[in-house]
Design a protein around this ligand. Structure first.
Ligand code: AMP
Ligand code: AMP
Length: 234
């Protein structure tokens, strides 16, 4: 940026004036990330690992994908995190959403809890990095709306892919989601106690206003799936 300014300083003032808007738009003010990963998680695959899980104090979640998070990302693959230590999670700001959060964004960590700790972690680590676009209520509300628009379980069942402990090709899972949503997902796997590779999380990319799906500018790095993976029951 300094280099560019130096070169441009030889230009007539009128040209410099014309360049001002593009200079300011390149500053990290309006939106300091490029897109979101919207990550949904299969609870059966969280729970049957060695670490196991604990159901929320509100009871066993439905046998459905849950939200893990809405994560601001850069096109480079890097991502910002914990951007604003002064912006604390405040459950009062999302009181109207808590019923839906308990259903759609269940905590599975041990010991059992009501979910606030998980949501607090997600807000402080990820949500504070998209605060220029979404305040706390909009952040959680947007994730819930995305979840309602993208019914992964229904999509997979429609393609004959069921949480029945059977093994399915990653490519079939991917194709079914692409066919139904129009966008290419990324599938993350983990391993169960018997070392089976299984369907753990599904990543879809979302535009910076968190309202519509986009093709992923870059796919996450990380745990590879086997060619065929288990879809465990929950
Ligand atoms: P993140 O820090 O947002 O990238 O998410 C990773 C962290 O979230 C890890 O500490 C996980 O153990 C935790 N985590 C993932 N899924 C859940 C869940 N359903 N409930 C509670 N914690 C979770
Ligand atoms: P493979 O079985 O590795 O040849 O992959 C078959 C198809 O699935 C290819 O289009 C891969 O790019 C794609 N693929 C493989 N692993 C994943 C994954 N974890 N998530 C999404 N697509 C994948």
């Amino acid at each position: 940026m300094l280099m560019a300014m130096k070169i441009q300083s030889g230009l007539p003032p009128i040209v410099l004036l014309a360049l001002l808007p593009s200079f300011f738009s390149s500053l990290p003010s309006a939106q300091d990330f490029d897109f979101f990963y919207f990550v949904q998680q299969w609870p059966g695959s969280y729970c049957d690992t060695k670490k196991s899980c604990c159901y929320p104090t509100t009871g066993k979640p439905a046998a459905d994908f849950g939200i893990h998070g809405l994560w601001p990302n850069y096109n480079s693959g890097d991502y910002p995190s914990s951007c604003d230590p002064d912006s604390l999670y405040d459950s009062y700001q999302i009181e109207d959403l808590v019923g839906s959060m308990q259903e759609e964004w269940p905590t599975l960590a041990c010991p059992s809890s009501d979910g606030n700790k998980f949501w607090e972690h997600e807000w402080e680590k990820h949500g504070t990095c998209s605060e220029s676009v979404l305040d706390q209520h909009s952040y959680f509300h947007s994730a819930l709306q995305l979840k309602n628009k993208i019914n992964l379980l229904q999509i997979l069942k429609g393609a004959g892919i069921e949480p029945d402990g059977g093994f399915y090709k990653v490519s079939s899972i991917k194709d079914a989601i692409k066919e139904a949503t129009g966008f290419t997902p990324w599938i993350e796997c983990n391993v169960d106690e018997a070392r089976n590779s299984q369907l753990y999380q599904v990543y879809l990319c979302v535009d910076p206003s968190a309202s519509r799906l986009i093709e992923c500018p870059i796919f996450p790095k990380g745990a590879k799936c086997h060619r065929e993976i288990e879809f465990p029951a929950f």
